[in-house]
Design a protein around this ligand. Structure first.
Ligand SMILES: [Zn+2]
Length: 384
C-alpha cells in the first residue's frame, strides 16, 4: 500500500523525534545502538542520521572504545544547535538565561525594577532581554511567574506579588519578539526543569515544594505537570493548618504560609530580638536554642503540608527548593521527621525527600525547558 505524502512526513518526523529523544536521554550512542533501541531499520536510520547531521542537531562525538573490531562512531545531540530562553518574572526583577539543548545555562541577563512592574514594562523588558541573549537559532521564550497562570491561553490569571489579574502575556510578547512563547507558573517550571535535568529525572510521580517568601508546589503525575482545572493546583502555601490561626496574605486564617514561609521567620526574628531572618539563621547555626526551635517549628509545619500531599497523591519523591533552602540544614530534619513519623509506614519508607539538583538556576532552566520540551515533542497523528 502506498503511503500518503502527509503520512510519510509524519512518520519521518516521529522517527526524528524518537532518535533525538534517545540521544537526549542516553547519548552519545553508536548508530547500531540507536537502531537497536529505536527499532528503526538501518537503512531508514542511515537516511535519518544523514539529515540530522546535515541539520546540525546531531554531531559525531568520537568513537567507542570497543575491544576488537572497528570502533563505532558515536553520535550525540549538538548543544550548540540552538538555545531556549528561560525567564522568571519577580516583583523587583526579571531574570533570564539562554539554555542549550542539554539544559546547560550558556548566558544570563537580568533587569531590576524599583517598584512592581506593569505588564507593559515586563513585555518591554522581555523583548530587551531576548535581544541581549541573541543567538543564531533561538527556539523560543519560556516565562515563569508566580500565581495562577493559564499556559493554554498564555494569560497570567492572578499574581498577587505583582498585583496582576487577567493579563495577556504570550501573544503580546510573541508580537514583540517574533518568537514562540510559553507562560507557566514558576514552581511548575521548576518542577519541569527538575524532571528533565535535575532531581526528578528518575521519578514519574513527584512533588516539588518551594520554600521562601511563599510556599508552592509543582505536582508531577505520570511524568507530566498537573495544573488542575484553572491553573491553581499546588497552592500548598494556602492549605489550612489552623482555622483559628493568624490571617494570611490571602485573607484566610492559619494557612501553611503563616507558619512556614519567610513571613513566619520574619515574625520569629523580631519576636526573639534579631534584626532580620539572616540574624535568626546565624543564631540557629551558632546554637541559639530559641532560633533552633523556630526553625524546627517551621520544618514541622512544612512536614504537615508535605505529609498531606503524600497521603493524597502517593508520590515517589518530595523535591525541596526555593530561596530559603539556604537554611535547610536548620529545618530539613524536622520535615523528614514529621513526614516519616506519621505517614503510612511502608509508603513513608519508600518516599525520597531530596533537595533540588538545579538549585536557584532551576527556575530559569525549567522556564527554558517549556520551549525545549516542544522541540522534542513527538508529533501525534492528526496533529500536523
Ligand atoms: Zn493563605
Amino acid at each position: 500500500m502506498q503511503m500518503h505524502k502527509g503520512d510519510q512526513e509524519l512518520v519521518r518526523n516521529q522517527n526524528r523525534a524518537l532518535v533525538i529523544n534517545l540521544l537526549r536521554l542516553h547519548g552519545p550512542l553508536s548508530r547500531s545502538e540507536v537502531s537497536d533501541r529505536t527499532g528503526l531499520a538501518p537503512s531508514a536510520l542511515t537516511r535519518l542520521s544523514r539529515d540530522l547531521l546535515a541539520d546540525g542537531v546531531v554531531i559525531e562525538t568520537g568513537k567507542s572504545d570497543s575491544t576488537g573490531g572497528r570502533p563505532a562512531v558515536l553520535v550525540s545531540l549538538n548543544p550548540e544547535y540552538s538555545r531556549s530562553i528561560g525567564m522568571k518574572v519577580e516583583r523587583s526583577r526579571v531574570l533570564a538565561a539562554a539554555v542549550d539543548l542539554t539544559g546547560v545555562i550558556r548566558e544570563k541577563a537580568s533587569v531590576l525594577f524599583d517598584a512592581p512592574p506593569s505588564p507593559a514594562k515586563v513585555i518591554d523588558t522581555v523583548d530587551k532581554l531576548v535581544k541581549k541573549l541573541s543567538f543564531e537559532r533561538i527556539l523560543g521564550v519560556g516565562i515563569s511567574i508566580s500565581g495562577f497562570v493559564d499556559p493554554a491561553t498564555g494569560m497570567d490569571l492572578y499574581s498577587p506579588i505583582l498585583g496582576w489579574r487577567n493579563v495577556p502575556l504570550r501573544d503580546p510578547i510573541f508580537e514583540r519578539t517574533g518568537l514562540p512563547v510559553w507562560i507557566e507558573n514558576d514552581v511548575n517550571a521548576l518542577a519541569l526543569g527538575e524532571r528533565w535535568y535535575g532531581a526528578g529525572r528518575n521519578f514519574s510521580h513527584f512533588i516539588c515544594i518551594t520554600v521562601g517568601e511563599g510556599i508552592g508546589a509543582g505536582v508531577v503525575i505520570g511524568g507530566e505537570i498537573y495544573r488542575g482545572a484553572f491553573g491553581g493546583a499546588g497552592e500548598l502555601g494556602h492549605i489550612t493548618i489552623n482555622p483559628d490561626g493568624p490571617v494570611c496574605r490571602c485573607q484566610e486564617r492559619g494557612c501553611l504560609e503563616v507558619y512556614a514561609s519567610d513571613y513566619f521567620l520574619g515574625e520569629e526574628a523580631s519576636r526573639l530580638g534579631f534584626t532580620n531572618i539572616q540574624g535568626l539563621i546565624d543564631a540557629g547555626r551558632d546554637g541559639n536554642a530559641d532560633a533552633k526551635v523556630a526553625f524546627a517549628r517551621m520544618g514541622r509545619y512544612l512536614g504537615f503540608g508535605a505529609k498531606n500531599l503524600v497521603n493524597l497523591l502517593n508520590p515517589e519523591a518530595i523535591i525541596l527548593g526555593g530561596e530559603r533552602m539556604d537554611a535547610s540544614d536548620l529545618f530539613l530534619p524536622s520535615i523528614e521527621d514529621e513526614v516519616r513519623r506519621h505517614s503510612f509506614p511502608s509508603e513513608a519508607d519508600r518516599l525520597q525527600i531530596v533537595p533540588t539538583e538545579l538549585g536557584a538556576d532551576g527556575f530559569l532552566i525549567g522556564s527554558a525547558t517549556l520551549v525545549t520540551a516542544d522541540f522534542f515533542r513527538v508529533p501525534a497523528a492528526g496533529a500536523m
